[in-house]
Design a protein. Structure first.
Length: 613
C-alpha cells in the first residue's frame, strides 16, 4: 500500500471516530533476521519474564493486540517465503503507545520496559515464522548435541549474528507457545510442529546447500519495511485503522474480521481484559476447527458481518440488540450468541445434519432464521435441546431440507446467501418462508408443491459421487402423503465416511474399469453408476464387476445392504432380470441405450424422490 493511501485510510478513521490527532510516521528497513531477533514480545505467558539481551535491543517491546488474528501460515507459505526471489519481504505496521495495554499485560510489565510499547497491527505471520525458523536452527544445528550439528558450518553467519540475541528469540517462541489467546497458542503449536518436520527435510544433505543459501539471504540480506506510527490516542484507534487497512491489503477471512469488529466494540464498551480474553478464546473454539475457520459457519459469519458493517439493509442491532455507541452487552448479547452458534455446531438432529451436508448456505439460513426468535425469547430451538425437535420445528427443518435439495439439483445453492441476511433482518417471517424462497428460486414453485418428474430426472443426471450421498439419504425421507407440505417424521439417514462402520458410495461398474474412449464414460462417474454400500464391503467392491456384486455374490454386497437402503434392494431385483452382458456394459449407462440400464436407475430414483423432496 502506498503512503498516500495509508494516510487517507488513517485520516478517514480519525474523522469517523470524531477526533483529529497529530500523527508521526517513521520507517526502517532492517534485514528480516535483525527484525525478528530484536523484536521482544511483552511477557504475557505463564512463567515468562523479560529475556536476557534486552540491552541489545534498540526498539520498544512489542505486543500482539487482541484484535489480531491467530497463526494461519503453514509449510507452504514458509516455503514461499524462504525460497522467494523477491528482494524484499513486504511491510510491517506498528503503532507506538505509552499507556498501559488494555489486555494481557500489566502496568508493571510495561513500566519495566520504560513505559513505551508497540502494537503489531500487521506482521504476525512473518514474526511467528521468523521466530520459529531461528529457534529451530538453533535447536537442530547450532546448540551442543544438535541432531544436525554436521550442518553447523553452513550457518556460521547466523550463529555469529544472533547468538547474543538468541534468548530473545527463545523468549518469543515461549510467548507464542503459551499465549493467553487460544487462536495464537494452539495454532502456533500446530505451526511449530509442522515446521519441525519441514526443517528436517531442508537439512537433509541433498537439500542443505540450497536451503542454507536461501536461509542466509532471508535472514541477513532481504529487508523488511517497518512502518511505525506514533500519535494514536489508544489501541482502539489503531484497531479501527487496522480494519481499514485490511479491507485493502491484508488477507483476513470473515471469521477474523467478525472477531475484530466484536473486540473493537467490546473495548469501546469497557469490557475488562479478562472478559475480552475469555470471549476471544470461546470465539476461537466455536468458529474454528483444527486451526482453520469452520467452513460450515462462513456464510452465516459473512451475513453477520454485513449487518455489523452496514454493507446491507440490515443493521448491527439485527444481530446484537445492545450494539451502539460504547455499548455491547456481554451477558445479554454476546454470551447467548456464542451459546446459540455452539448449539448449531454440535447439533446431531438428522434433518439439520442433512441440511448442513448440502451446504453451508442453507445451514446459515436455518441459523439466521432461528437467531431472531432466540434473541427475543432466549430459548434455543427445540432441536438443539435434549428433548429434541418439536413437531413444528421438525416440519420446518423438513421443509428447508426439501427446498435445499431442490436448490442443489438446480445448481443454485451457491447463490442463495442473501436469504441469510433477509432472515437476520426479519424480512422472512419464518423458516418455512425461507424454504419457500429457496424452492421458488430453484424450481418456480413453493416447497408445498411437488416438482415435475421430468425436471427431477434431468436434474439427477448431474449428480456426482459427493452429491450422491445426499440423494441416497433423501430417498429415506418420509413420504409426503398426497403431495402435502413436508411434515417431519422419523428420518434415519445413513452415515457416510471412511470407516468400516460407515457407508460409502460405490461405483457399481468399478471406476478403474471405466474407459474414457468408450460411450458411457461420463455417465459412469455419475448417479447412473453409483449406489450406497456398507463401508466393510467397499474395499473389495472397488474391484468387483457388477455381475459379481449384483448376481453371483449379491448377498455379500448389495443383498447385504438391501434391508437398510431400499435402492440396494431395487438394484438386486433389477439385476436378477438382466443379462450379465448388460450389467457389465459401460455403454448401457448411456441415455437411451438398448438395455436401458442407466435410464431405469435414474427413473427409479426420481420416482422415489418425487414424493419426498
Amino acid at each position: 500500500m502506498s503512503t498516500i493511501v495509508l494516510i487517507r485510510v488513517i485520516m478517514g478513521t480519525q474523522q469517523s471516530i470524531g477526533r483529529k490527532m497529530p500523527l508521526s510516521r517513521n520507517t526502517a528497513e532492517p534485514s528480516f533476521g535483525d527484525w525478528i531477533a530484536e523484536t521482544v514480545l511483552l511477557p504475557t505467558a505463564a512463567g515468562g519474564g523479560w529475556p536476557q539481551g534486552m540491552s541489545l535491543v534498540r526498539e520498544h517491546p512489542t505486543m500482539i493486540p487482541n484484535y489480531q488474528r491467530g497463526i494461519s501460515w503453514g509449510p507452504e507459505e514458509v516455503d514461499d517465503l524462504v525460497y522467494s526471489t523477491s528482494p524484499v519481504i513486504g511491510t510491517v505496521v506498528l503503532g507506538k503507545f505509552r499507556a498501559t495495554p488494555t489486555a494481557y499485560v500489566s502496568a508493571s510489565v510495561v513500566g519495566a520496559a520504560g513505559g513505551d510499547y508497540e502494537e503489531l497491527a500487521d506482521g504476525l505471520q512473518r514474526l511467528s515464522t521468523g521466530v520459529c525458523l531461528l529457534q529451530g536452527i538453533q535447536r537442530k544445528v547450532l546448540e551442543s548435541g544438535a541432531p544436525f550439528s554436521n550442518a553447523r558450518a553452513s550457518f556460521q553467519q547466523i550463529a555469529a549474528r544472533y547468538s547474543g540475541l538468541m534468548p530473545i528469540i527463545l523468549h518469543n517462541h515461549h510467548q507464542l507457545l503459551n499465549h493467553p489467546r487460544k487462536a495464537i497458542k494452539d495454532q502456533y503449536k500446530i505451526f511449530a510442529d509442522s515446521m519441525d518436520t519441514w526443517l528436517d527435510k531442508q537439512l537433509q544433505p541433498t537439500q542443505l546447500s540450497t536451503f542454507a543459501d536461501s536461509f542466509m539471504k532471508l535472514m541477513l540480506v532481504r529487508p523488511i519495511a517497518l512502518d511505525r506510527w506514533d500519535g494514536f490516542g489508544s489501541g482502539l484507534e489503531l484497531m479501527h485503522t487496522f480494519l481499514g487497512l485490511n479491507t485493502i491489503r491484508v488477507d483476513l477471512g470473515p471469521v477474523d474480521l467478525l472477531r475484530a469488529h466484536m473486540v473493537v466494540k467490546a473495548t469501546e464498551a469497557s469490557w475488562t481484559p479478562s472478559e475480552i480474553e475469555a470471549f476471544e478464546n470461546d470465539f476461537t473454539d466455536i468458529f474454528t476447527h483444527k486451526g482453520s475457520n469452520d467452513s460450515d459457519l462462513l456464510p452465516f459469519v459473512n451475513s453477520v458481518l454485513k449487518c455489523l458493517t452496514g454493507a446491507s439493509a440490515a443493521a448491527p442491532t439485527d444481530v446484537f440488540p445492545t450494539w451502539g455507541p460504547q455499548q455491547l452487552s456481554k451477558a445479554k448479547d454476546v454470551d447467548p450468541f456464542l451459546e446459540f452458534v455452539l448449539g448449531f455446531k454440535n447439533s446431531s438432529d438428522p434433518y439439520l445434519d442433512q441440511v448442513r451436508s448440502i451446504g453451508a448456505i442453507p445451514f446459515g439460513i436455518v441459523m439466521a432464521s432461528h437467531l431472531r426468535s432466540f434473541r427475543s425469547s432466549g430459548v434455543l430451538p427445540t432441536f438443539l435441546t435434549p428433548a429434541g425437535a418439536s413437531a413444528q420445528d421438525r416440519a420446518e427443518l423438513h421443509a428447508v431440507l426439501c427446498a435445499s435439495l431442490r436448490s442443489m439439483f438446480a445448481r443454485k445453492i451457491g447463490y442463495q446467501s442473501p436469504i441469510i441476511v433477509d432472515c437476520l433482518r426479519g424480512s422472512m417471517a419464518s423458516l418455512l418462508a425461507a424454504a419457500n424462497r429457496l424452492s421458488l428460486d430453484a424450481t418456480g414453485v413453493d416447497v408445498s408443491t411437488l416438482v415435475g418428474i421430468g425436471w427431477l430426472r434431468t436434474s439427477l443426471e448431474g449428480v456426482d459421487k459427493r452429491a450422491a450421498r445426499t440423494v441416497f439419504n433423501a430417498m429415506l425421507l418420509p413420504v409426503r402423503q398426497g403431495g402435502q407440505a413436508p411434515a417431519g417424521g422419523s428420518f434415519v439417514p445413513l452415515k457416510f465416511g471412511r470407516g468400516a462402520s460407515s457407508w460409502a458410495v460405490d461405483h457399481v461398474l468399478p471406476e478403474a474399469s471405466l474407459k474414457d474412449s468408450l460411450p458411457g464414460y461420463a455417465e459412469g462417474r455419475r448417479l447412473r453408476n453409483l449406489a450406497p454400500l456398507p463401508g466393510a464391503q467397499n474395499s473389495s467392491a472397488k474391484h468387483a464387476v457388477p455381475t459379481v456384486k449384483l448376481q453371483a455374490n449379491v448377498d455379500t454386497y448389495y443383498g447385504n445392504a438391501s434391508s437398510t437402503h431400499p435402492y440396494c434392494a431395487w438394484l438386486k431385483n433389477d439385476a436378477s432380470r438382466r443379462l450379465a452382458s448388460d450389467l457389465d456394459s459401460q455403454a448401457g449407462l448411456q441415455p437411451n441405450s438398448g438395455s436401458k440400464l442407466g435410464d431405469a436407475r435414474i427413473e427409479h430414483i426420481a420416482n422415489e424422490l418425487i414424493n419426498r423432496v
